[in-house]
Design a protein around this ligand. Sequence first.
Ligand SMILES: [Cu+2]
Length: 154
Amino acid sequence: MRARANAIAALHLGAARAVAFTLLLAACASPKYPPVASATTAAANASFASHAAVDLTWEKMPTEMEMGSFLFQTYRTSTLAGTEVPQDLGDTVSVFLWMPSMGHGSSPVTVERLGAGRYRASAVFFLMKGDWEIHFQVKNGKDISDEAVLAITY
Ligand SMILES: [Cu+2]
């Protein structure tokens, strides 16, 4: 139960940071990303508890008939230079789709590492219209050691 409680705490922390990150960007002169709570047609981003962040760009939107795919990058923002530095998570990152209002997911999603901190998620499919969460999970064996959650409306 401890592992599960930790995962939930990380989830909430991730969501809170995602909101804070968006507000921070909104205050900048040239925000690089649209708000987190965007539709699936736009790029979006979320943060891990460990200060790393992830951004997502749809490559092919899933439809009611076909699975889709998106590219994502994991990175850190250098506090000195303010620039984004790739944060490679190796093969430890997986993607999990969850519909919180109904307590079910949609799986499995395939993750392919393309390069340092660059990934493609394919076989992305949402079972129904509504509010979904895309969970980016960093796993240490079976345990989820970190997680970023992106809320989307499909
Ligand atoms: Cu549902």
